[in-house]
Design a protein around this ligand. Structure first.
Ligand SMILES: Cc1cc2nc3c(=O)[nH]c(=O)nc-3n(C[C@H](O)[C@H](O)[C@H](O)COP(=O)(O)OP(=O)(O)OC[C@H]3O[C@@H](n4cnc5c(N)ncnc54)[C@H](O)[C@@H]3O)c2cc1C
Ligand code: FES
Length: 282
């Protein structure tokens, strides 16, 4: 095994496949090497590079919680070469994995605070790792509120997980879709409207609170603006970025924005970090 090579991918076995939507799939993966399976650790917010021989690598966050040991999960949307090739894999096949890379959500700074999670679309994947991590340590946090939005009911991911969060008495869970499809009339129990608009009506308090926001850039931008209006200051708003990457650990210069490397300085940033980046649109 060539473990001195920093680009060496470890082999992980695909042990479960779940289709979340027509184009988003979740993999459960376990290290083939039993020692690695035992010793592997990561933090919520970190990512990996997942590869398939002859096709290349793609970057996905680790979507399972660090408190669930022995496996990781990732969820990916079919957009191009590698994600299409990954969809051809079956349970029992091998996937290359490099990581974990990147910084992490500052969970220790969230202790004894109210936590507001705002997730849009597949942006729930990195949030899910942190939400489960927080819920596995529930007593260490104050109120937990989750707002999840998808374009339509057909685009909702992690349905079982959402139902479990919704059923908890120690979590406030709100869901929304941008638009209701005719076939969902009378069946949808959530809100209808864009995330920032629903957030504006939720009467959340910014006091002793941290907001964690993940989703498409446009949703992050307008959600940060709404959170600011509700009284959250930029240092108490945390988000993640998804710039193009190659190496994953600060060597290739593919991911940088000015002097900031998304792969090693991020992918987790506060809104104040984001607003300080060159040509920031936030
Ligand atoms: C830190 C980080 C975490 C990520 N987490 C996830 C995740 O959990 N799930 C997930 O589905 N995706 C995630 N992504 C995006 C994912 O890496 C890309 O969608 C994937 O690499 C595309 O691979 P591909 O070979 O299938 O597509 P390609 O053939 O390389 O590209 C197909 C299309 O997607 C666009 N594209 C490729 N990569 C990106 C990117 N990083 N940002 C925006 N557009 C891109 C290309 O411009 C092209 O239009 C993450 C990216 C980063 C940097
Ligand atoms: S991905 Fe290579 S420097 Fe960030």
């Amino acid at each position: 095994m060539c473990t001195n090579n920093i680009y060496y991918p470890y082999q992980m076995k695909l042990t479960e496949i779940r289709d979340e939507t027509h184009d988003i799939r979740t993999f459960k993966l376990e290290h083939v090497d039993p020692k690695l399976k035992e010793s592997f650790t990561f933090l919520a917010g970190q990512f990996g590079l997942y590869s398939i021989l002859g096709e290349g690598e793609a970057t996905f966050c680790i979507a399972s919680a660090p408190t669930k040991q022995g496996y990781i999960e990732c969820s990916f949307k079919k957009v191009g070469k590698v994600t299409t090739a990954l969809r051809s894999l079956e349970v029992g096949d091998l996937v290359g994995f490099r990581g974990p890379y990147g910084n992490a959500f500052p969970i220790e700074q969230m202790l004894r605070k109210n936590i507001l999670f705002v997730g849009g679309g597949i942006g729930l994947a990195p949030l899910r790792s942190l939400i489960d991590n927080v819920l596995d340590r529930r007593a260490e946090f104050k109120a937990v509120t989750i707002l999840y939005g998808a374009r339509s009911t057909a685009d909702i991911i992690y349905r079982e997980q959402l139902a479990a969060w919704e059923a908890r008495s120690d979590v406030r869970f709100e869901k929304t879709v941008d638009q209701l499809r005719p076939q969902d009339e009378g069946k949808w129990s959530g809100h209808v409207g864009l995330i920032p608009h629903i957030l504006s009506k939720m009467s959340v308090s910014a006091e002793n609170s941290v907001a964690v926001v993940c989703g498409p850039p446009i949703m992050i931008k307008f959600t940060i603006a709404e959170l600011n209006r509700l009284g959250f200051n930029d240092s108490s708003i945390i988000t993640t970025l998804e710039n193009r990457m190659k190496c994953g650990f600060g060597k290739c210069g593919r991911c940088n924005i000015g002097g900031t490397y998304v792969c090693k300085d991020g992918p987790v940033f506060s809104a104040s970090d984001l607003k300080g980046l060159p040509d920031s649109d936030f």
